[in-house]
Design a binder for this molecule. Structure first.
Ligand SMILES: Cc1cc2nc3c(=O)[nH]c(=O)nc-3n(C[C@H](O)[C@H](O)[C@H](O)COP(=O)(O)OP(=O)(O)OC[C@H]3O[C@@H](n4cnc5c(N)ncnc54)[C@H](O)[C@@H]3O)c2cc1C
Length: 384
């Protein structure tokens, strides 16, 4: 049986392993961490990714465990709405609205479907040879091992060592100038989804199933800065913004507030493959979170990859990988750029620029929710 080795058991790697296994591949998933429990944060899964999950039979399970975004929109720190859409508008246009769930719920669904014994935890892929498919691993005891793969899927994240080895000299992801916070907060009452833009600051609220709310925030600061208490830092920055933000921050567990600086790959790779190796997800196209598409694109990558490579001859596999590369570069490059642009605009601090930006968004918002939804056509309508 043809053997695919997947390096990385994030959302991208797990989805790729499932999609390949469904198409007749024997899969081995290598994960350097001792467990696959993801960070305690939420995730927006957009209609395009739900359709990709449908291809591997998991769309409905994800829909069932999710909260529907309901009414969502963009606000100012005062609470004034700049634009609004509803789940119904999105569903009418795309067949689904964006759904919200915890990362651990999604990873749990994916991991539960892996073939028995496919996952090797505490095992790091050290190198992979694009010509022979030989993968060298460090195993939990600290020793090394070599395994042969017909196909290697590098889903090893934003700091991908496979990307660096395949494309030496290619620019690394750059710091975008923005740091992010994330927290899941208990919230017994109903709250709607919103993202609020101030002068350089962003705060997002996403209702989850089970009386929880996922909050995220961004601010422009130097890389690597950390506060003594990230919860206090959030209260300092956002504690006077509109309801329910102050109450959500007050309810946050200080130990559960995550902080990460945002990096993105501004120069697209020349290809997402080399020989028998495919790059996928953040390893291929790390992007800012502003469009909520990083994991969604990783999921799309996975099902497209499985469609292009059948467990046949080496020529079929390398030919399939070239087709995968072409299709996914064309799809993801504009999304990476758009996400970065939104990040830049939401980071504006100059009061005049912010007033002009908000005025333009308010004017666009007056055209109604159906028009607001349409701006996502090129992202959510997939396959085109
Ligand atoms: C603040 C924030 C909010 C976001 N919100 C959203 C959102 O709402 N919706 C959305 O779609 N996206 C969102 N994203 C983006 C999303 O989190 C990522 O794009 C996605 O998780 C990438 O998945 P991945 O599987 O490619 O990589 P990762 O999740 O990074 O997984 C890589 C895995 O590979 C393992 N690994 C690394 N190197 C090796 C090795 N050599 N050997 C073995 N294992 C290895 C790592 O331990 C890790 O488990 C957000 C990102 C941020 C920062």
């Amino acid at each position: 049986m043809a053997h695919a080795v997947v390096a990385g058991a994030g959302i991208g790697g797990l989805t790729a392993a499932l999609a390949l296994a469904r198409n007749g591949w024997q899969v081995t998933v290598l994960e350097q961490a001792a467990s696959i429990e993801p960070v305690g944060a939420g995730l927006a899964v957009a209609p395009n990714a739900l359709r990709a999950l449908d291809v591997i039979g998991l769309g409905d399970e994800v829909r069932k465990l999710s909260a529907i975004q309901g009414e969502a929109g963009l606000r100012r720190p005062s609470g004034r709405w700049l634009s609004r859409t509803t789940a119904e508008d999105a569903a009418a246009r795309y067949g689904d609205s964006t759904v919200l769930l915890t990362r651990s719920a999604l990873v749990g669904i994916l991991a539960a479907r892996l073939p028995e014994d496919a996952l090797r935890l505490g095992t790091r892929a050290e190198s992979a040879d694009p010509g022979t498919g030989l993968v060298t691993l460090t195993i939990p005891t600290g020793g090394t091992e070599t395994i042969r793969a017909d196909l290697v899927v590098a889903a090893d994240g934003i700091r991908s060592r496979t990307r660096a080895a395949l494309f030496p000299g290619h620019p690394e992801p750059v710091y975008t100038g923005v740091t992010s916070w994330r927290a899941i907060v208990p919230c017994p009452g109903a709250v709607g989804a919103s993202e609020t833009w101030g002068a350089g600051l962003v705060f997002g609220v996403m209702p989850l199933a089970g009386g929880q709310v996922y909050c995220y925030a961004t601010a422009p600061v130097a890389a690597g800065l950390r506060a003594e208490s990230e919860k206090d830092e959030l209260i300092r920055l956002f504690g006077r913004w509109h309801d329910p933000i102050p109450a959500l921050l007050a309810a946050a567990d200080p130990d559960a507030v995550l902080r990460h600086d945002i990096y993105a790959l501004d120069t697209p790779l020349p290809a997402f493959h080399s020989g028998r190796i495919a790059l996928l997800g953040d390893a291929a196209h790390p992007m800012t979170p502003n469009l909520g598409q990083g994991a969604c694109q990783a999921i799309e990558d996975a099902v497209v990859l499985a469609r292009h490579v059948s467990p046949g001859s080496p020529t079929q596999i390398t030919g399939g990988l070239a087709a995968y590369s072409r299709e996914r570069l064309a799809r993801t490059t504009p999304i990476v750029r758009r996400s970065r642009l939104i990040g830049r605009i939401s980071g504006w601090r100059d009061p005049l620029a912010v007033a002009l930006r908000d005025g333009a968004m308010r004017a666009a918002g007056l055209l109604g929710p159906a028009v607001a939804v349409r701006q996502f056509d090129s992202v959510f309508r997939w396959p085109a």
